[in-house]
Write a protein that binds this ligand. Structure first.
Ligand code: SAM
Length: 394
């Protein structure tokens, strides 16, 4: 996600009203026990049907929303990722593309357009999306951009029930799944719950025992971590990946997101964790601000994700940062081909150059974003990992 760090803009009346409704739902949820684990808070704030950030009908992605993702930044993201998709489909001898969490439909447009250009259209392009209004937006996008391919696109309510082969692509989905928040104390690991704050009328953190033994298991040995450190544990991401792997007979899961191997995520330098919130292109770290109206994310523990996939019978096909992944797949060449192919205005060239820098520079999305490929029944080496494969760090 691309964003600006500066003072938060004022919410409008509708946003205040929405945040108050979501806060009331959260207080009701806390009424029994007095406090709820942070993952329950985040689940309500982001996914409560009809209310949550992703399912409440607000514009979220793109220039008019709260953040811009790689496919929103430039279509060359999807055109380039398509290289890895084509390679996997060829190794499977055909199959479907399944995109999970398709946002505005920008990546679907880019992948389909490029697969068509390369003469490699899949029989079906399936989209698994939790948000009813984003499903509508995806359909409208595809109706506008690729009406002749719409009959290949279908929306799923859940992972396919039948065995399937092909490629699952998810960009910035895992980071939006609810996380537990924990603190390392003299007495060991504690969980941070959320309770109503009578003074401010908002919410506050409250320390308590770990709510699920898997939280402590997931973190493992804490001996190298300082007392006072706070961080997040995402139990949903590994579970989601295991579920995604279940029915996939042959092919790959391509997961692109910001995150790190566990050894890098859980280190003293990240003693405040990686929770990040986005409201109208401003990033900050207060998850209690405007519940339901702002996005909440946490960096992905790619080691935990890879481990869950391996337990489900998949292998790691490659792991590298976004810059290396896109460069391996010929981003530069693809852009040069486009620029050489006809009249491109100076303004468009400038916009493209800026977007490419954001995608690949370490201070943009180049290093903090990673691309993890998990495979079953297909052999590498895979083109996205030609150089700089860091699978050994997982
Ligand atoms: C941060 S947005 C990223 C959108 C898009 N992939 C992009 O890169 O622009 C997260 C997307 O994942 C969807 N999502 C979240 N949890 C999901 C789940 N469990 N299954 C399917 N989609 C999900 C959201 O509704 C949204 O479309």
């Amino acid at each position: 996600m691309e964003y600006t760090e500066s003072a938060l803009p004022e919410p409008n009346d509708a946003e205040r009203e929405r945040a108050e409704t979501v806060a009331a739902a959260l207080r009701e949820r806390m009424a029994g026990s007095g406090a709820i684990p942070f993952d329950a808070f985040m689940r309500t704030a982001l996914y409560e049907p009809g209310l949550g950030y992703y399912v409440g009908g607000r514009e979220r992605l793109g220039r008019g929303g709260d953040f811009v993702t790689a496919p929103e930044l430039t279509p060359f993201f999807g055109y380039t990722v398509a290289g890895q998709v084509v390679d996997l489909l060829a190794r499977c001898g055909g199959g479907d593309v399944l995109e999970a969490g398709a946002g505005s439909g920008a990546l679907a447009t880019q992948l389909l357009a490029e697969l068509e250009r390369l003469g490699n259209l899949p029989e079906r392009y399936r989209i698994l999306e939790v948000s009813p209004d984003l499903k509508d937006r995806q359909r409208r996008t595809l109706e506008r951009t690729l009406p002749h391919l719409l009959d290949r696109v279908e929306w799923l309510e859940d992972f396919p029930a039948e065995p399937w082969s092909g490629v699952l692509v998810a960009n910035e989905l895992l980071d939006s799944l609810p996380v537990h928040r924990v603190r390392i104390t003299e007495e060991g690991l504690k969980e941070l719950y959320v309770a109503p704050d009578e003074d401010s009328g908002g919410f506050k953190w409250q320390e308590g025992p770990v709510s699920d033994p898997l939280v402590a298991d997931s973190l493992g040995d804490l001996s190298g971590l300082p007392v006072g450190m706070e961080t997040e544990v995402n139990l949903e991401a590994p579970a989601w990946v295991a579920q995604a792997a279940e029915r996939m007979e042959r092919g790959g899961l391509l997961l692109i997101d910001y995150g790190h191997p566990a050894a890098e995520l859980y280190r003293p330098e990240r003693a405040r964790g990686t929770l990040m919130c986005h409201f109208r292109h401003r990033a900050h770290d207060d998850p209690f601000y405007l519940p339901g109206v702002q996005d909440i994310t946490a960096h992905v523990d790619f080691s935990a994700v890879a481990e869950a996939a391996q337990a489900a019978g998949l292998e790691v096909g490659g792991f590298t940062n976004q810059a290396q992944f896109l460069i391996n797949l010929g981003l530069t060449h693809r852009v040069e081909e486009y620029l050489g192919g006809g009249a491109v205005s100076d303004e468009e060239q400038l916009q493209l150059a800026t977007a490419l820098k954001q995608l690949t520079l370490p201070q943009g999305m180049g290093e903090s974003f990673k691309a993890l490929l998990l495979v079953r029944g297909v052999e590498g080496p895979f083109p996205g990992y030609r150089q700089g494969d860091r699978a050994g760090e997982l």
